[in-house]
Design a protein around this ligand. Sequence first.
Ligand SMILES: [Fe+2]
Length: 334
Amino acid sequence: MADHAAANGKESYVTAALNCIDLSNPDIHQSAALIKQACMDSGIFYVINHGISEELMAEVFAQTKKFFTLPWEEKMKLRTGRNRGYDTRSKKIDSQTNKELNGEQFMMVRELPYSDKEAENPLTGPNVWPSADILPGWKETMLKYQQAVLNVGTAVARIIAVALDLKVDFFDQPAFLGNALPYVSLNHYGAEDVDPSKEYLLGTPAHCDPPIITLLATDDVPGLQICKDKHAKAQIWQNVSPLKGAFIVNTGNTLERMSNCVFRSTMHRVLYRQDRYTIAFLLYPSNDAVIECIPSCKSAENPPKFPPIKSDELLRVIANDIVAGRVTRDATDA
Ligand SMILES: [Fe+2]
């Protein structure tokens, strides 16, 4: 495919123009109009004035870098084979392009003890952590960030509710985001030996995220690309520039499914040439949430495209896909 040829080479890409949502704006209807436009166009936008302090963001990035600079043996002690702890993409091949993948990550699910009845679900249970002797304060910083970014995600979801002509607290119900699953992935796209005049490295292959929304914090190194029309034969990729202090927010397949495809999940990938760190937060509803078409997105002429499904069932499908190396593309395989 044309986009895959591009991923191999030295092409240049235009930069996407994205709407910017100011969470300190008291006019929620103005913000909702911007989000609606973004979600119907590309499914991606910036969020600024989100309330997380610069100090906490700096600390999270500093601790992230410290973790990835640990010796390989130390990081491998935290490899679980599940979606928590350490993992490396090296020696893995993207099934779409047959290109080598690059990068490493550390994942955190919602922290629950082994004894909890939900501990066996894909995105809940005990996490693994680097030793406090090696990285003092690391776990505490990450748990603090996980809660802080969950609060931002919930605030964005309120605006999305208004954008979909729902009550502002539609997603806040206990069986939905009131018991949300906050999944955090620290990402390092290593490029120590890369000559910037050479080819891009493939960090993350083309995919759509499964949750409601993803909030991405980045350093100032570019790498994220989006494809607005994921069903087009000739895919056109655009760069998404980092914006200092902002989250890059993209919609996921759960929201695409609930909105009957009115809001689109964003297909994206990572191509990079410089050492790059990002922190992704994926906002999933509670395990018990029923993922079904929301009332304002269906009618007699436009019936639901997807049957209702319980969130933990959907998550198991996603988890199996990830383990099998399958790529989620749209709501039908979310
Ligand atoms: Fe993603």
